[in-house]
Design a protein around this ligand. Structure first.
Ligand SMILES: *[C@@H]1O[C@H](CO)[C@@H](O)[C@H](O)[C@H]1NC(C)=O
Ligand SMILES: *[C@@H]1O[C@H](CO)[C@@H](O)[C@H](O)[C@H]1NC(C)=O
Ligand SMILES: *[C@@H]1O[C@H](CO)[C@@H](O)[C@H](O)[C@H]1NC(C)=O
Length: 191
């Protein structure tokens, strides 16, 4: 097991001391009851760490260009381009590392002068205690900077009413293809 995996497990077990009923009840009634009990619930902090694999190249890309402006190709920042993504999220940085979720959504180049991506994505967890829950990220990703801070604006399942910050740091980038592996560390407050 890699260092990242151990960190993830340690972080999760440290902050998730309260047992979460697996498969949180769904449906409008369950959601309403959840809200009615909210005043008795305590906020908790959860920290997550995983790697985001953004693959533009090859036969099975997980990031596909769906639109661009007619001026995009002459823009130094590719202003106007939009990619739809379904990127695997893994425990470690290796491409064959265990998948814990997927980043589904889109990002676009929103900066004319400086590279600044608008990230609009759901982090959909598919393993462990967060399986079936998601976090929604909406923020600016200045991808050439070392650390990029993006707001987590909400969530579903165990992450209902979540809010927090996702910090992204590029682990590996291929200038030829645009493929990237990005380390994400997420801190969220939820109930
Ligand atoms: C881009 O499209 C607009 C509207 O169709 C057109 O007026 C403009 O000349 C085009 N610009 C370029 C660089 O092709
Ligand atoms: C993952 O890939 C690395 C290097 O490419 C290899 O050494 C390792 O054995 C692989 N692990 C698994 C679980 O396939
Ligand atoms: C995640 O939950 C789904 C639906 O309940 C289930 O089918 C799947 O086996 C779970 N995956 C893991 C890795 O626990």
């Amino acid at each position: 097991m890699g260092k990242a995996a151990i960190t993830l497990i340690l972080l999760c077990s440290a902050v998730m001391a309260v047992p979460v009923a697996h498969g949180i009840a769904k449906g409008p009634k369950a959601v309403e009851e959840w809200f009615q009990k909210l005043s008795h619930k305590k906020e908790k902090l959860t920290k997550l760490r995983f790697y985001f694999h953004d693959t533009l190249s090859g036969k099975t890309p997980t990031a596909v260009r769906v639109a661009q402006a007619n001026t995009t190709s002459t823009s130094p920042t590719l202003f106007g381009v939009i990619f739809m993504i379904d990127d695997p999220l893994t425990i470690g940085p290796q491409p064959n590392s265990t998948i814990v979720g997927r980043a589904q959504g889109f990002y676009g180049s929103a900066g004319i002068k400086d590279l600044g991506l608008l990230m609009t994505m759901n982090l959909v967890f598919t393993a462990g205690k967060f399986n079936g829950s998601s976090l929604s990220v909406l923020g600016r990703n200045a991808a050439l900077e070392q650390y990029r801070e993006m707001p987590v604006v909400g969530g579903s399942g165990v992450f209902r009413l979540a809010r927090g910050i996702a910090t992204a740091k590029t682990h590996w980038f291929d200038y030829g293809t645009g493929d990237a592996i990005v380390e994400y560390q997420v801190v969220v407050i939820h109930y």
